[in-house]
Ligand binder design. Structure first.
Ligand SMILES: [Zn+2]
Length: 73
């Protein structure tokens, strides 16, 4: 059983929830069911869907580069 590529519709649900959190400052993120190997400064806590699967949210490299350009802490 491979979980590395596992995804179901809750990824969409979590993306929608995240978009609401971000409001008018959308953040490009990757969503994974695997905890990140390294917890970075931008790593969000895992979000658990109703099926008990924890999703991990991380900004994309492009998003972090954008923040650096904009001087966002
Ligand atoms: Zn689910």
């Amino acid at each position: 059983m491979s979980t590395s590529t596992f995804a179901h519709e809750c990824e969409t649900l979590i993306r929608e929830r995240w978009a609401r959190v971000c409001g008018d400052q959308p953040t490009e993120i990757t969503i994974s069911t695997q905890p990140p190997l390294v917890i970075g400064p931008y790593t969000q806590d895992g979000l658990r869907c109703p099926h008990g699967i924890t999703y991990w949210l991380e900004p994309t490299g492009e998003q972090i580069a954008q923040w650096v350009r904009d001087g966002v802490e």
